[in-house]
Design a protein around this ligand. Structure first.
Ligand code: C5P
Length: 401
């Protein structure tokens, strides 16, 4: 593997004594390694040892003028192609989950756009505590990877989950994180989630899209090194790590946001479920039912929204533009018609009549429908897996140019 720049963040647990070995393993694989320590970490491992094995000066203090003069904390955050947090204590994981930045390590973790891999190490009861588990879930949803902990005898005398993974295992997990930087360079624009078209101050016309597929696509693009802009509609999902997010709610707002980022984008994936129609009139007050007699009917007049995918496909030039199609019957034929009408490079079609795939769930079964008539049927996969398959195809398409 080509040499990469890895930043090792070490927090204050007994497993910190394994950090020099991890540095050596990563350096043997050819990588450049820099270390930063929390104030507590230095009680378990000396900065001098880490400096000797890394061949670089070690950073500890956010406010040390000498250290900052050499490489400032934002410079360090930007330098890293991967940040490995080993050991990651319960305290550090909690700070990461909640965005604290009260020392050098947490500030750099907040500032970096590089992928982050955590290797937790702690007492088994601290590990299984609901607070720790909730923090891990927050980090997972944000796209932060984790290796371990392993089960076994713990330094505190307890047995169970909490041992930091072996340095060789962490180094291997780090290598897996580093494999795809295949999209370094292109700017990727992704849309995700449904739109909500207001009827009045409290009601809207919307749909069941959760945004999970589009968020997985944005996360995968960032993972492959792309600069990613995610235009997010209505969704409760956290922003994937390293992704720039723009929140919108209506189709017209989504169109404006997409057009504003379009010129700078090389790849556009439109996974949003844009409402095809919006109410002609919207009231900025709540429409009261007392305004009508019981049983009286009401007509909601709708007007068609602009088709963003069609609009951008018409002026895509060298860009690769991918659309999605949610279909309930004759999936392939409908997707092929959509591909021809919209003029994009690929349609990812899914059958929304299936209950195990598509809306709201974490898995999806899709078909790639190509302009030459080819149709690829993928098995049921986690949405992250679908996203990876999609970018494998997009990269191949762009290489062929
Ligand atoms: O026509 P339909 O809504 O089924 O097409 C789905 C695809 O078109 C998705 O990629 C969606 O993001 C995009 N779309 C759009 N603007 C619309 C409607 C759909 O960009 N107004």
């Amino acid at each position: 593997m080509e040499p990469r720049r890895i930043l090792l963040a070490i927090s204050g647990g007994i497993a910190a004594y394994k950090a020099p070995e991890l540095v050596r393993t990563l350096r043997r694989a050819g990588h450049e390694v820099r270390c930063m320590l929390t104030p507590e970490a230095e009680r378990f491992v000396s900065g001098l040892s880490l400096q000797a094995v890394s061949g670089e000066s070690v950073r500890r203090d956010l406010f040390d003028a000498g250290e900052e003069g050499e490489i400032d904390h934002i410079g360090l955050a930007d330098w890293a192609e991967l940040v490995v947090v080993a050991p990651a204590t319960a305290n550090l994981l909690a700070k990461m989950a909640h965005g604290l930045a009260d020392d050098l390590v947490t500030a750099v973790l907040l500032a970096t756009r590089a992928p982050i891999l955590v290797a937790p190490a702690m007492n088994v009861n601290m590990w299984s505590h609901p607070a720790t588990q909730a923090n891990l879930e927050i980090l997972r949803a944000r796209g932060i990877s984790r290796i371990g902990p392993d089960a076994g005898e713990l330094a505190c005398g307890w047995e169970g989950l909490g041992r930091m993974s072996d340095p060789a295992v962490i180094a291997e997990a780090a290598a897996n994180q580093l494999v795809p930087s295949s999209l370094a360079g292109p700017r990727v624009l992704v849309t995700a989630g449904g739109t909500a078209e207001p009827i009045d101050a409290v009601r809207s016309v919307t749909n069941r899209s959760s945004g999970k597929m589009g968020f997985a696509i944005a996360a995968e693009a960032a993972h492959r090194g792309a600069q990613v802009t995610l235009v997010a509609g209505i969704t409760g999902l956290p922003t994937p790590h390293g992704v720039d997010r723009i929140d919108v709610s209506t189709a017209l707002q989504m169109r404006d946001a997409v057009l504003a980022s379009f010129d700078d984008s090389t790849i556009v994936v439109k996974a949003a479920a844009v409402a095809d129609f919006r109410p002609v009139n919207t009231s900025d007050r709540k429409i009261k039912k007392e305004q009508m007699a019981e049983g009286e009917s009401m007509t909601l007049e709708l007007v068609q929204n602009p088709d963003i995918l069609q609009e951008i496909s018409a002026k895509k030039g060298e860009r690769t533009v991918v659309g999605f199609a949610a279909e309930s019957h004759e999936v392939v034929a409908a997707a092929q018609r959509k591909l021809a009408r919209k003029g994009c490079d690929l349609i990812v079609a899914n059958d929304i009549s299936r209950t195990d795939a598509g809306f709201e769930v974490d898995e999806n079964a899709v078909l790639f429908v190509w302009p030459n008539g080819e149709v690829e049927e993928l098995p049921l996969l986690p949405k992250a897996g679908v996203a990876a398959q999609l970018f494998d195809r997009i990269e191949k398409l762009r290489e062929g140019r």
